[in-house]
Design a protein around this ligand. Structure first.
Ligand code: SAM
Length: 246
């Protein structure tokens, strides 16, 4: 797999599709639900692959001491603008998840909105989970939120088209490849008569596969949900949320 995610031109072009105002609102609600789901008594939060800071802002609004880490300078810049505009307090770190070494441990670590499984070498993806375990305080919790293999197998459409208020049209052409272990998608964005193409792929996991990887990282108290509200993970779920305690 190529390092498709290390490309700020693509994040810039596709930003409006991925991170519109509604998505910031729903991320804020996710933070509210997630903290309830964890029955969160702590204060220090680390958001791994925080992107434009949707959840960093959500945690900061709730008075938590939050650090967000991301590889994209463009997305971190967007995060900084959101945080400054609201007068919130948060720490943003420009780093690759595998190279980052925090100076403290955390009560809660999150990895949200399908930001996991991007590394080509499976050992590197496992390392992200191992690090999360290492960087948690004893009793701390890790929340992983992905679009799962089961969900992809059930809902994938050969072509999916979305039209936006600003006139942009996005076509998606997703596939499950490599024995259904890799989600490979192509986005074609038509904007003002120009077409922009973005191909990306990442590993995709079942609930059981992720549970096994979290156990391998050291977690033993692992709960599986179908939403941040704690719904059962079943045929109706559109997300897979794992909450693991150290
Ligand atoms: C789908 S976006 C989600 C962003 C954010 N979690 C959200 O919900 O808004 C995936 C994010 O993962 C980040 N990312 C991918 N690989 C990374 C890496 N190796 N180190 C740090 N961030 C990475 C990307 O830059 C991007 O911001």
């Amino acid at each position: 797999m190529t390092q498709w995610f290390d490309n700020d031109d693509m994040w810039r072009i596709f930003y409006d599709c991925m991170f519109d105002a509604d998505s910031f609102q729903s991320a804020d609600q996710d933070c509210e639900n997630l903290l309830k789901l964890c029955d969160f008594p702590g204060h220090n939060v680390l958001d791994l692959a925080c992107g434009p800071g949707r959840h960093v802002a959500g945690f900061a609004r709730r008075g938590l001491a939050v650090t967000g880490v991301d590889l994209s300078g463009f997305l971190l810049n967007q995060a900084a603008q959101h945080i400054d505009k609201e007068g919130l307090d948060a720490t943003l770190v420009h780093a690759d998840l595998l190279r980052y070494e925090p100076q403290k441990t955390f009560d809660l670590i999150t990895n949200l909105f399908s930001s996991f499984g991007y590394y080509e070498n499976p050992k590197d993806n496992q390392q992200v989970l191992n690090n999360a375990y290492r960087w948690l305080k004893p009793g701390g919790q890790f929340v992983l939120d992905v679009f799962s293999k089961e969900q992809a197998a059930m809902h994938i459409e050969p072509v999916h088209c979305t039209e936006y208020d600003n006139g942009d049209v996005r076509f998606e052409r997703p596939l499950l490849i490599d024995n259904m272990n890799v989600y490979a998608n192509e986005w074609i964005l038509v904007r003002e008569g120009q077409a922009y193409r973005w191909q990306y792929q990442h590993f995709i996991y079942s609930a059981q596969e992720l549970q096994g990887r979290l156990e391998k990282a050291g977690f033993d108290d692992i709960h599986i949900y179908g939403s941040m509200c704690g719904d059962d993970y079943d045929m109706e779920s559109t997300r897979l949320v794992l909450v693991a305690r150290k």
